[in-house]
Every structure is written in C-alpha cells, then in structure tokens.
Ligand binder design. Structure first.
Ligand code: B12
Ligand code: SF4
Length: 604
C-alpha cells in the first residue's frame, strides 16, 4: 500500500513554518545542553554491484540533514556515526563530551534494518535511569515504522519513538518535549510523560508504543502522515552536518573530536545533496510519488549554487550526487537551476569549473531537455542515471522505448554526459529472446550500442509503500526461507531473488550475474580502449574496471543463494509483514485511517 495522501491542499507546511520552529528552538536550546548521537545503520553484506563505491564513499544526506538541523537549532553537541565507517560501534559504550547522550537517533533504510535493531538492542543495555531517548528515523521508519517496535515479551526490543518524516517532525517533537522538561530531567522520562498526557498526538509523523516503559509494545499510536516542507530553502544549512562525522575506526566508542574537515574530501569524495524531491510519474513499484504527496519540491537555484560552492570551499568537495527522484521532472525549473550553476562564481572563478555533479532522471524527460543538454553539461553535469527498467515498456510504461532510449543516450553522449541505465529484471523477461528486444541480454546489448557507460540490473523486489507491495505477498511470490536460510532484510536490495513465481528462480539469480558479466568484461574493456575516443569513452573504460571487480564481489555474495534456489526447499510468505499488535491512529490524526488495523500475525 502506498503512504496515504493528506487532504488536498494540506500536504505542505505553511511557508515559514520550518524556519519558525528552527528559530524557536534556538531560543530554548541554551537552557538544555543536549548531547546527541545519530547513527546510520549499514549492513556490510549489501556491499556489491551496482553501488559498490557509492555506498561507503558518500556520507548519507539523511543523517547529515538531521545533524545539521540539530546544530542549526543550537544543539551543537551532536555526533554522526556511520556504520559504513565504524562497523564495531556499540551504542552501549558511547559517550560524548564525557556524558551518555540524552538522545540516541538511528537512521535506516529497510535493507539495513537488521543492523538498526541491533544498535537499538545495544543502546537498551544502558542502565534505564541513564538511557537516552531512542529515536528511529529514515526510509525504514517512514514505510514500516511498526517494525521498530518489538512485541515479543521475551525480546521487547523497541525504539522509544519512530519519526516517519523529515526534520520538521523531529523539531516539533523536541519542541514539545523541551517545553515539558523539568530541570535536568532525562529526555526519556519527559517523552513518556508527554506520551501519557497525549501531548504528542498533534504532531503528524510519529509512531510510538503504548505499554510499560521497557516492555513489549501493546498498541502502536500513529499520528499520521507528515506535512512536507515545500520550499527546500527552508531546510537547515547542509554544510553543518559534515562537521559532525565520526572518523572511521575499528573502535566501539566515540573519539573525543569529530573527523577533521581536511579528511572529509578523501573519506566521502561524493557529496549527496538535496536539490529537488518528487516525480510526476506513477510507477506501481515505486514509493516516491506517494511519499512526496505528489508534490515537486525544490531548492532555489541560488541556494544550490551557494551550497555547492561552500561545500567545495570548506571541504574541497568536487563531486556531487543529487538526491533527486527525477531531476528533469519540470523543464523550466531545471533550466533555472542549470543556468544559475553556469553563471555562479566561487572566489572569482566559475563554479562549473570547480564542481562535477550527477543525478537521476527519466528517459522521457531527457528527451524533453534534448536541446539543453549541452547547457546541463556545461553547468558541471557529467553523468545521469536513467530508470530504463525494461526498454520495451512491457513491465512498466513511462514513455520509454528502444528508439527513445537510444535517442536520449545519443544526445547525452554528444553533450559529454555519461548515460547510466538502471534496469529491472523480472519473472517474464527471458535471459535472451530470439527476434525481439525483450530478453535481458538483448536489452543490455542495445544499451551498450546506445552508449551506456555503466549498468545497473536489479531484480524486481517488493518495496514497502508501493501499490504492488501487498499483492506480491498475497500471491505467494515472496520467499520466506530457502534451503533452511531465512530471507533477511539485507537481501531486499534487488541483488537477490526474493520474490518470484518462476518455475526455476535460480535462473533469475544467474541471469542477473550473466547480465553484469556480459556488460563488464575484459573484451569490452579492450574494445573501449581501442576504439576512436569520444567525450565519454575514458569514463566508460574506467567503469569497466570497477564493474569487473564488482562482478566478482557480486558473484561471491549471491552464487550461494542461486544454489539454494536450485536445490533447497522454498518456503513462501502469504502476507506482508505487519505488527502483531493493533495500530491506532491518534485522535488528532485525520489522515491515516487506513493504517488502523486489527492484530495480524507477525512474519518476522
Ligand atoms: C542517493 C540514494 C542512494 C545512494 C546512497 C548513497 C548514500 N550513502 O547516501 C545509493 C546509490 C548508493 C543508493 C543505493 C540504494 N538505495 Co537508495 N536512494 C538514494 C536517494 C535517491 C536519495 C537519498 C538521499 O540522500 N535523500 C535525501 C535525504 C535528506 O533524505 P532521507 O535519507 O530520506 O532522510 C530524510 C528523512 O528520511 C529523515 N531521516 C533520515 N534519517 C533519519 C533519522 C532520524 C533519527 C530522524 C528523526 C529522521 C531521519 O530526515 C531526513 C532529512 O529530511 C533515495 C530516494 C530519495 N529521494 O530520498 C533512495 C532510497 C533511499 N534508496 C533506496 C533503495 C531501496 C536503495 C537500494 C536498496 C537500491 C534499490 N534496490 O533501489 C540501494 C541500497 C545500497 C546500500 N547498500 O545501502 C530506497 C529506500 C527504501 C527503503 N524503504 O528503505 C529509497 C528511499 C528510494 C526509494 N525506492 O524510495 N541509494
Ligand atoms: S519514474 Fe522513477 S522516480 Fe518516478 S515514479 Fe517511476 S520509478 Fe519512481
């Protein structure tokens, strides 16, 4: 099921609301001297193609955004720990400024939720009297917040509260808690008082449990879908978050200081940056349009140029990755951004010469921008990731076709921008099709001929918050256990076949590997090196080397699963994961009635 829609006209915060709460918190922050640790959950078993470099070399924008919001509001004693860099970090041992933090926040995607719950479990080992308030957030909390609350009396592992939204929701929670806080009172104690006096029910974007303080959840309260900030210029300065990062280490505890600014560039050479949010398409396997309440949200062109300039000046960051869903979504707005980036200067020199940026777009909108791609290139853009999915549009039709894809790729290459296709393999697509373009290898060949520089092939996998999600379970496609091995959250990354009604699902698993090996191989590398040079051929050759190493790693991780699918007994799920306790919409939440449900058996 998609996230429910808020009432028409009530999807967004009023202009100035986020700015207002930031100012109000700044006034009360000095009286509270809060210490905060924000951890980013990361399961290292997910390290393989197609994200093998970006997954650890790009400090995620989500935790940086939350850290920036804390510092901006005056809570400067904040540290961000990435499990990507600190895999042994133990929340039970964390101290900052000589204190156990007041707040422990965890951010997680769905596939890293196993690590997220382990961190929460470890944080709960801290003596209850001194334990921080545990706040979970990020995509997993947005789409499956119930999963963060344990209902098993023998293992009542839970966050205290899940934020199912963005900065404004967290700021609103803090504002209420701090307004009720007695002198020196633990934040956890205030939280439970606020919960019990129903002071949190008017903040859309929260989920928390009813029940004893450290016991299993007896009922979940859902305060509804957040209101989104429409003008992204109201977001706190993203530059602040980099100053809070914990340096990589093998230690379990935190260092006395965050990482030095001079090391950021080497540790996180790619800077993910919020430019726009939202997409006008409505693909049934994608949660993005509903998350954004079908709104297109933007930062102003001036703010984007200013942020990139400062990130470059302060940390030497040169490579940016836009956290866009579809950067070309709105032509006029896109042109305004690229024209501004073209004109912007930093220290008297053109910004576009100091930076390189990359992001995600669609084939359809690339063609709409066809006459302006040189301008896009000149503003610093060097690669664009395009959701091609299935070029024949049999899986999903968002205006793509073989000829349109070829035209879009050709235009990008002529402008000096690398086309980076993202494909989706599915049950009905064969590995190879004779006399048609339907097969996976047929399409990869076409993409290569069209000039693809890299390749992403993911297996169609159920994604929470989409129209297709529940149906994939109820039709018995989703695997529960294969050959005695459970399908764990980290396997929901598109690299494992975890949902299929194919008679031989192992074939699908091997198809993914064959597709990669067909694209990334020594023969094709040699061709690229020997052929006539083009604007992007050096990059294509470089990507071949990264890709070949990635194929080895991907094969190492997934071959065993193919073997299990081939010989092991396959057990399937018949319904999607949900909480075993009832979820109740708070009285003041008018917009999430769909989530009120009767108790259903938990599947994990
Ligand atoms: C950039 C990106 C990547 C990069 C990540 C690089 C990096 N280290 O940052 C790469 C390319 C590597 C990547 C890979 C994958 N990604 Co990705 N990615 C994105 C993308 C486009 C932008 C992420 C971002 O920076 N957003 C901007 C920040 C500011 O937003 P945010 O992270 O959501 O954080 C906000 C809130 O969630 C909240 N919040 C976040 N954390 C916390 C914590 C607390 C305590 C609180 C209170 C609030 C809070 O506040 C933040 C600020 O507003 C998003 C889509 C999107 N537009 O967000 C998908 C997205 C995060 N990816 C997704 C997925 C599924 C994947 C993959 C599994 C591939 C796939 N099958 O699609 C892999 C996983 C790889 C891995 N091993 O981790 C999903 C996650 C869905 C889910 N339920 O978890 C998303 C949401 C896209 C989608 N389908 O909807 N991805
Ligand atoms: S085009 Fe991409 S971002 Fe837009 S709805 Fe489809 S999959 Fe999601």
């Amino acid at each position: 099921m998609e996230l429910p829609s808020r009432a028409r006209g009530d999807e967004l915060l009023k202009p100035g609301e986020l700015t207002g709460i930031r100012q109000r918190l700044r006034l009360i922050a000095p009286g509270h001297d809060l210490v905060t640790v924000i951890a980013c959950a990361f399961d290292h078993r997910t390290r393989m193609l197609p994200f093998i470099y970006a997954d650890t070399r790009m400090a995620p924008a989500g935790v940086r955004g939350i850290g920036s919001a804390m510092v901006d509001a005056g809570f400067t004693k904040t540290r961000i720990v990435l499990q990507q860099w600190n895999r042994n970090f133990r929340p039970s041992r964390m101290q900052l400024d000589g204190r156990i933090p007041d707040l422990f926040m965890v951010s997680s995607m769905g596939l890293h939720s196993g690590q997220c719950m382990e961190m929460i479990r470890d944080a709960r080992r801290i003596d209850p009297a001194k334990r921080p308030l545990i706040i979970a957030g990020g995509p997993h909390a947005v789409y499956q917040p119930y999963d963060l609350f344990g209902t098993d009396a023998a293992d009542p592992n839970s966050a205290d509260v899940a934020v199912t939204g963005e900065e404004f929701v967290l700021m609103s929670l803090l504002e209420v808690l701090l307004s009720m806080r007695g002198k020196g009172e633990a934040m956890r104690s205030v939280f439970y008082r606020a919960r019990d006096t129903r002071a949190l029910e008017g903040i859309p974007g929260l989920m928390y449990a009813r029940g004893k303080m450290d016991g299993p959840a007896e009922e979940l309260i859902d305060t509804g879908v957040q209101r989104l900030v429409g003008d992204l210029d109201e977001m706190p300065d993203s530059v602040l978050g980099y100053r809070l990062l914990e340096a990589p280490s093998r230690g379990e505890t935190l260092a006395s200081h965050p990482v030095e600014a001079s090391r950021i560039r080497r540790l996180s050479p790619i800077s993910s940056i919020v430019l726009t949010f939202g997409c006008k398409f409505n693909c049934p396997y994608c949660p993005i349009p509903a998350y954004n309440q079908r709104q297109h949200r933007l930062k102003s062109a001036g703010r984007i140029a200013e942020e990139m300039g400062r990130l470059n000046r302060e940390y030497g960051l040169k490579y940016f990755f836009g956290a866009d869903d579809n950067f070309f979504n709105h032509k006029a707005r896109t042109l305004e951004i690229v024209e501004t980036l073209n004109r912007a200067e930093i220290d008297g020199k053109p910004l576009r010469k100091r930076i390189r940026w990359h992001t995600e777009v669609t084939v359809h909108d690339t063609l709409q921008m066809k006459d302006h791609l040189q301008l896009v290139h000149d503003s610093g853009c060097r690669a664009l990731w395009l959701g091609v999915e299935d070029m024949t549009a049999k899986l999903v039709n968002k205006g793509q076709s073989v000829s349109k894809t070829q035209e879009a790729f050709g235009s990008l290459r002529n402008a000096g921008i690398c086309p980076m296709p993202m494909m989706m393999h599915h049950d009905s697509q064969p590995l190879y099709s004779r006399g048609s373009n339907y097969g996976l290898l047929n399409q990869i060949k076409l993409l290569r001929q069209a000039g693809a520089v890299s390749l992403q092939v993911l297996m169609m996998t159920p994604s929470a918050g989409t129209k297709l999600y529940e149906g994939t379970f109820t039709t018995g496609q989703v695997l529960k256990r294969v050959g005695g091995r459970n399908v764990d959250p980290h396997m929901y990354d598109g690299n494992y076949v975890v949902a299929s009604s194919h008679r031989r699902p192992w074939r699908k698993q091997l198809n993914l590997l064959t597709g990669y090996a067909y694209f990334y191989n020594p023969f094709w590398l040699a061709c690229l090196l020997l052929r006539k040079k083009t604007k992007v051929s050096d990059k294509a050759a470089g990507m071949q080397i990264v890709g070949m190493l990635g194929v080895i790693q991907t094969a190492r991780r997934t071959i065993g699963w193919a073997v299990r699918l081939m010989f092991g007994k396959i057990e399937r799920l018949s319904e999607p994961p949900t909480s075993s306790v009832a979820t109740r919409a708070s009285c003041q939440s008018e917009n999430r009635p769909e989530l009120v449900q009767l108790a259903a058996p938990a599947v994990r």
